[in-house]
Ligand binder design. Sequence first.
Ligand code: ADP
Ligand code: MG
Length: 159
Amino acid sequence: MRGTVLRLARDHKFLHSRHLVRMRSETMTPDETEKLAARLADRLAPGDVVLVSGELGSGKTTFVRGAARALGVRGPVTSPTFTIGQVYAGNGVEVAHLDLYRLESLAGEEDPELLDDYLTPARVGFVEWPGSGGASFDRVVARVRLEHLGGDRRVVTVE
Ligand code: ADP
Ligand code: MG
């Protein structure tokens, strides 16, 4: 019994799953997508990981930018180009931003702990293209999906 409680208390996903949002919204501008992301960011705690999926140009980086701003990140938030990730200083918390688009495989010669170097329990993490390279993630508290609806319209689902 005591063991069960301890195990649940250490299960980060369990602890945080209750106060995260589930939403489906349409946005008409990048700014609206950023604002939506800020609403999610308000509920995030260190160690939380958010997966962000969607086609190229659907607004994944825009979403991460909005969330990072809400967490106090001031500098540029763009998809990392020469590395799989970067770390920004926020307001009392660091934000890790990964883009696995170019990641072919985590197997074989790649270091399977590569992702853990970025996604530490002390940081809030965001991962674009989370399905690449057969990657898997601990502490996922939200899955965001962005889809084109034509022009500047996007549908953003968080669950
Ligand atoms: P991704 O990271 O998914 O490739 P980006 O966020 O880098 O996408 O780019 C999305 C592009 O679409 C940006 O140029 C952004 O300004 C534009 N855009 C237009 N309308 C929206 C919207 N409603 N939400 C997000 N981005 C939008
Ligand atoms: Mg991007």
